[in-house]
Design a protein around this ligand. Structure first.
Ligand SMILES: C[S@@+](CC[C@H](N)C(=O)[O-])C[C@H]1O[C@@H](n2cnc3c(N)ncnc32)[C@H](O)[C@@H]1O
Length: 241
């Protein structure tokens, strides 16, 4: 099986990782900060809580970082398959000592890998820009499996693509983004280069309404979209206590 055949496995490519991390460092991590900080507040645990956290598709660790900084007694596992990503992350996450560790494991079948299940259940499961690699069916399956592996009262947050419902809305988001960051988005006429939703056609299935439907079907007692800008949304849910 080639790396292209399994969802997300293109991230084993070191050059792709370097470009991604450079882009996040240059600007996007700062843009994501309000989403992440709000997420940390929504966890709503006591400040000294010894939370057990799973970060799905952790990459260089930006999401786990926010939770570990907000909760000094929390421990996190970063689930990933990319050695190149984890090499960058090991350096950045070293300041957390044994509060953070990577786990090599694949969620590409729409399930947490057995080693992650064994390490659970978790108080908090977080993810950013990783679950979108899955088809709609597998995203829904993963949302249910995450629910299964949360402790009662636990929470799940995913900052990811929530596609526009219509092409007109998609173009409007794109135009707004182009105005804000002309370097990021190509004009609609330059369609020979893949854009995000063109590169991953299944993203079109992952609209906000469907994310919420999957959370509901998965059994979360409360769920919502907590923050949204264009087609990026922080969605998630809370397991019944
Ligand atoms: C775009 S990066 C996001 C990294 C980080 N969460 C962030 O928000 O910047 C996607 C990460 O998910 C990981 N990933 C993608 N598919 C995966 C899979 N099937 N199993 C485990 N990790 C996966 C990749 O290796 C990569 O590190």
């Amino acid at each position: 099986m080639t790396t292209e055949q399994k969802p997300g496995h293109e991230w084993t490519d070191a050059e792709r990782v370097d470009q991604y991390v450079a882009r996040m460092d240059a600007r996007e991590d700062a843009e994501r900060r309000p989403f992440f900080e709000y997420m940390a507040r929504l966890i709503g645990a006591e400040p000294d809580a010894g939370l057990s956290v799973l970060d799905i598709g952790s990459g260089h660790g930006p999401v786990a970082t926010v939770v570990l900084d907000a909760y000094p007694n929390a421990h996190a596992i970063g689930l990933d398959i990319s050695e190149a990503m984890m090499a960058v992350g090991r350096e950045r996450m070293a300041r957390f000592g044994d509060r953070f560790r990577y786990m090599v494991g694949d969620f590409g079948d729409g399930k947490l890998p057995p080693e992650a299940v064994e390490a659970g259940p978790f108080d908090v499961v977080v993810s950013s820009r990783a679950i979108h690699h899955l088809s709609a069916e597998l995203m829904a399956s993963l949302y249910a499996d995450i629910h299964e592996n949360l402790r009662p009262g636990g929470s799940f947050f995913n900052l990811d693509t929530a596609s526009a419902e219509t092409d007109a809305m998609r173009e409007r988001y794109r135009a707004a983004r182009r105005a804000e960051h002309p370097e990021d988005v190509r004009p609609a006429s330059a369609s020979n280069e893949p854009r995000h939703t063109d590169a991953f056609p299944h993203h079109r299935d992952a609209t906000l309404i469907r994310h919420l439907e999957w959370l509901k079907a998965a059994g979360y007692a409360a769920y919502d979209c907590f923050y949204k800008k264009g087609d990026r949304a922080l969605i998630g849910g809370f397991k019944a206590a």
